[in-house]
Design a protein around this ligand. Structure first.
Ligand SMILES: [Zn+2]
Length: 125
């Protein structure tokens, strides 16, 4: 049910993004997302939840484009960065320190939105 909360979050962000274009409603074709590896989100599941959630709304038909951001941690002993792995309990390979500082991998961010603004309707001559 993680993805449902994420989708709710995204919809709220999109809602405030829309207000910047008020009173026009942008026609969104694609939303580019950055999703950290450590957020435990299944991209496919998120896409599915999203497509159901936007049905019938102003975002109907907008596709999610998900870019996965790898998990990177910093070793608290030597300051080196490394890619933590479940297999060794996320310890740093250099000094065997527990993962305490995460540099990337936890983000859920809208990177960009592909959209068009509706042209004001003009009478057809
Ligand atoms: Zn280290």
């Amino acid at each position: 049910m993680h993805e449902v909360d994420m989708t709710r979050c995204l919809l709220l962000s999109m809602q405030s993004w829309r207000q910047r274009h008020d009173p026009a409603t942008p026609l969104v074709s694609r939303v580019h997302l950055q999703v950290g590896q450590f957020t435990c989100v299944e991209p496919e599941q998120l896409c599915f939840t999203w497509s159901v959630a936007v049905q019938g709304s102003w975002l109907d038909g907008a596709q999610l484009e998900i870019e996965t951001v790898p998990l990177v941690g910093r070793c608290i002993a030597c300051g080196g960065t490394y890619q933590p792995e479940v297999a060794n309990a996320y310890q740093s390979p250099c000094c065997r320190q527990p993962l305490e500082e995460i540099i990337s991998g936890r983000e859920l961010r809208i990177r960009s939105v592909d959209y068009t603004l509706p042209t004001p309707s003009s009478p057809i001559a």
